[in-house]
Ligand binder design. Structure first.
Ligand code: DAH
Length: 337
């Protein structure tokens, strides 16, 4: 008797089984004391010694597979499904999972910051990456001799004089104030461009979010209150905030805002340069010259403005020490957010 033909016989016999009693007969035929497998085992001593071990092994394999074939058939009969031993695909096996994409950490940070301000009544406005020199500089009271107007500090478009890649999101202040009437409460997230040498904290392209509010009787207290709500929503209620006097051409008075270091809680560490404070944004009351440029009556209206770097906020929030990581498209980094 050769094993191959017995295997073929087993498969066709099993396929013909349609009832529990038929399965009982099948079991008897192959696995009983006088069954086919027992007979096979009995032939082992008659074989040449060198063939015995291999043959014995084959009989064992056959015996084991018979047991699982019978169990499978039993299941099939029990549920009314005819199992076919030729079908070896396990259709119950899970498929290959599709990985879902997710928003880039900078997009997530923009969404988070925007939603904090929209909950305070601000609306989100967009502006173009290619700006006029007027909107980027003149309209914002940035004088001709200001270094940021220098060709080395701004990307000018070669063939179009007076057009440039915006170096901040502030020009959208000019656009919005020209086209709308106060009261205004607007935030502007977007890309900005500067010809900076690339290192762990500089890129030639990054993101900012600008915010401003214009109405009658807007004061520095409104600025302070709005920024405090923002900073606590992003960095937690425990942080402290301070306003440091600073200079920006488009605001007067102007300030930079620091929060107490989120790593050392103000004690001093390497992240805050031992100062205990981290600078997060620039702000101030909108300069009367800006109102003049856009045709808003500075006697009647006042307003505040602020601007911050999105990457900086995300780096502080997530403890990232190199800005380049955001734009290398390394999924091992991006998947963490
Ligand atoms: N535009 C400034 C920059 O790019 C940031 C800024 C500072 C915006 C103060 C403002 C502001 O609106 O009031 O550095």
């Amino acid at each position: 008797m050769d094993i191959k033909s017995i295997q073929a016989q087993i498969i066709s016999d099993l396929a013909a089984v349609t009832s529990q009693s038929g399965l009982g007969e099948f079991r008897l035929k192959y696995l009983s004391r006088k069954g086919v497998l027992a007979q096979l085992t009995a032939t082992i001593p008659t074989l040449p010694p060198e063939e015995r071990a291999k043959f014995g092994q084959e009989v064992n394999v056959l015996k084991n597979s018979l047991a699982s074939l019978i169990a499978g058939k039993e299941n099939g009969l029990g549920t009314g499904i005819k199992s076919s031993p030729e079908i070896s695909d396990d259709i119950g096996m899970p498929g290959i999972a599709q990985e879902l994409g997710r928003l880039h950490p900078i997009t997530q940070t923009i969404n988070e910051i925007s939603s904090i301000f929209t909950r305070m009544g601000f609306c989100v406005v967009d502006g173009p990456a290619i700006e006029t020199e007027f909107n980027n500089f003149t309209g914002l009271n940035i004088p001709l001799e200001h270094p940021s107007r220098d060709a080395f500090d701004t990307f000018y478009l070669k063939d179009y004089e007076k057009l440039l890649l915006r170096s901040h999101t502030s020009p959208v202040q000019v656009r919005a104030m020209k086209n709308r009437q106060p009261p205004l409460a607007i935030v502007v997230p977007g890309r900005v461009y500067r010809p900076d040498a690339v290192d762990a904290s500089h890129l030639f392209m990054f993101h900012q979010i600008e915010g401003f509010m214009v109405d009658t009787n807007i004061t520095f207290a409104d600025l302070k209150g709005s920024l405090e709500i923002f900073a606590k929503a992003v960095f937690g209620n425990d942080i402290k905030m301070r306003f440091r006097p600073h200079f920006f051409p488009f605001t007067e008075p102007s300030a930079e805002v620091d929060i107490s270091c989120i790593i050392c809680k103000g004690v001093g560490c390497s992240v805050c340069g031992r100062k205990g404070w981290l600078e997060i944004l620039g702000c101030g009351m909108i300069h009367p010259n800006v109102f003049k440029q856009v045709g808003i009556n500075a006697q009647k209206y006042s307003g505040f403005a602020f601007g911050m770097g999105i990457e900086r906020i995300a780096m502080l929030k997530y403890g990232i020490n190199d800005i380049r990581l955001f734009f290398e498209n390394d999924l091992r980094f991006l998947k963490q957010f």
